[in-house]
Design a protein. Structure first.
Length: 384
C-alpha cells in the first residue's frame, strides 16, 4: 500500500475532519514545525522527533507522525489537528469539525501534554537551540567596605542548578568590582554567540539602592543600581541598554530575562491589614523566614525585568537559607515550568511572598516582588 493510500484512511478523516489531500501541500518546514511543537510538549519522544525530522519522504513523515499520535488517544489527536490547522489555515473542511476548545490564533499549548485543554491563543517564543542560551549570575558576596552577603551562594547554586536543568549554559561570577562587571556586561552584549541561542538570562545577587542622578541636560531622575565589591554603582538601566536592539542585534526578537535580588531603597515593607469579603481581617501566619516576526522591533521589545522588591524598599535575605525571593522563584520554576509560562510563575511567586512576614514588637514587615515585561509571546522553560 502506498503512503498516499495509507493516509486516506477513513479513521483519520473521521477524527480530524480534515481533507487528507491537503496534507500533501504541507511543506517540509511546516511539518518540521509541527513535530517540533509535539516534541516540546512531550507528546512525541526525542527519538521519534529526530526520526521524523530526518525523514525526507513527506508522505511517510506525515503517516508515521499520525500513527504515533493516534496511539495516544483522542485528546492528543485533537492537539495534532490543531497544530495542522495552524500550519495550514483552511485545512479543516467544515467549521463543524473544529473543536472549539482548541480554537485560537496562536500556536502554543499553555500546559503540559497531560492537560491539552489548556490551550492559549498567545504565540510562544521558539526554544529549539541547545543550549537555549547563556545564564550569567553575578553573585556579589564579599565587599571591601561592608559585611558579606551571607546566604547568597545558596541562591546562586540553586539558580545554576535549575538553569542547567532547563538547558541553559550557566556561569557564576563571584564578587566582582564595578569595572569587572561592566566589562563582563560589555562582553555578553557584544558576543556573536547569541545568534546560536534562543534567549539570554542575567541575574544580579547583590546589595542595591536607588540613586538620584542628573543627566547632561540637567534633568534629574531616580534610578536603580546594584553595588559592586568595591562599592562602585552599576545602574541597571545602563545594563538593559547594552542588550537593546541597537547594541545587541543578535538578541532582537529573543527574550532577555533580567532577575535582580537587591534592595531598591531603605524603606521597610510594613504590612497592612487586608479585609476579606466578609469584612473581617485576614490573619497571616508568623513565618520566620507568530507567529512570524515582522521586519522591525522596538529596541526594548522582548525584555523581562524581575525584581525581588518594589521601588524604594528593602529586600530580605536569610543568611543560612538564601533570599526569600530567589528561593521561592526556584521552587516555583521546579514545580510549575511544565504548566505555566514565566509571567504566570512570577505572579505565583508574588502571591507566595505575601505569606512571608517578620514580626517585630507591634509591627509586621513583608516583601513584595515586582516584574516588568515587554515580552510579546509566552515564554516557557523546558528540560527537553
Amino acid at each position: 500500500m502506498s503512503w498516499e493510500d495509507r493516509l486516506s484512511d477513513d479513521k483519520m478523516s473521521e477524527i480530524l475532519g480534515v481533507d487528507l489531500r491537503t496534507l500533501y501541500g504541507l511543506t517540509q518546514q511546516e511539518l518540521n514545525q509541527i513535530n517540533h511543537q509535539l516534541y516540546q510538549k512531550k507528546i512525541i519522544s526525542k527519538t521519534k522527533y529526530y526520526q521524523f525530522q530526518g525523514e525526507s519522504n513527506r508522505y511517510k513523515m506525515i503517516n508515521d507522525t499520525w500513527e504515533e499520535i493516534s496511539k495516544k488517544g483522542e485528546e492528543y489527536v485533537k492537539i495534532f489537528g490543531y497544530l495542522l490547522r495552524q500550519a495550514k489555515p483552511g485545512l479543516f473542511t467544515t467549521a463543524q469539525r473544529e473543536d472549539r476548545s482548541y480554537a485560537g490564533d496562536g500556536n502554543c499549548l499553555s500546559g503540559p501534554a497531560t492537560s491539552p485543554q489548556k490551550l492559549t491563543k498567545m504565540p510562544c517564543y521558539l526554544m529549539n537551540k541547545k543550549p537555549h542560551g547563556i545564564a550569567v549570575i553575578f553573585n556579589q558576596v564579599n565587599y571591601t567596605n561592608s559585611k558579606p552577603r551571607e546566604g547568597s551562594w545558596k541562591d546562586a547554586l540553586a539558580l545554576e542548578k535549575i538553569f542547567s536543568k532547563f538547558n541553559y549554559a550557566p556561569k557564576i561570577w563571584d564578587s566582582l568590582s564595578k569595572a569587572e562587571i561592566e566589562q563582563k556586561i560589555q562582553e555578553y552584549s557584544a558576543t556573536g554567540a547569541h545568534v546560536n541561542y534562543d534567549s539570554f538570562i542575567c541575574v544580579f545577587l547583590s546589595h542595591g539602592n536607588r540613586k538620584l542622578i542628573t543627566d547632561k541636560n540637567d534633568k534629574k531622575d531616580v534610578v536603580d543600581c546594584i553595588i559592586a565589591k568595591d562599592s562602585g554603582e552599576i545602574y541597571l538601566q545602563d545594563v538593559y541598554d547594552q542588550f537593546s536592539g541597537h547594541k545587541c542585534p543578535s538578541l532582537v526578537g529573543k527574550p532577555k530575562i533580567f532577575i535582580t535580588q537587591a534592595c531598591r531603597g531603605d524603606d521597610q515593607g510594613e504590612g497592612v491589614p487586608v479585609p476579606n469579603p466578609s469584612g473581617t481581617l485576614y490573619a497571616t501566619d508568623n513565618i520566620s523566614n507568530s507567529d512570524k516576526p515582522g521586519n522591525l522591533r522596538h529596541p526594548y521589545s522582548d525584555f523581562l525585568m524581575a525584581y525581588s522588591t518594589v521601588q524604594n524598599f528593602q529586600s530580605l535575605r536569610d543568611p543560612e537559607n538564601g533570599s526569600w525571593f530567589i528561593q521561592e522563584l526556584v521552587r516555583e520554576l521546579e514545580s510549575n515550568y511544565k504548566s505555566f509560562d514565566l509571567l504566570d510563575m512570577l505572579t505565583n511567586v508574588n502571591r507566595r511572598l505575601q505569606n512571608y512576614v517578620i514580626n517585630e514588637e507591634s509591627k509586621s514587615y513583608m516583601q513584595q516582588p515586582l516584574f516588568e515585561s515587554s515580552l510579546s509571546k509566552k515564554f516557557y522553560f523546558s528540560d527537553a
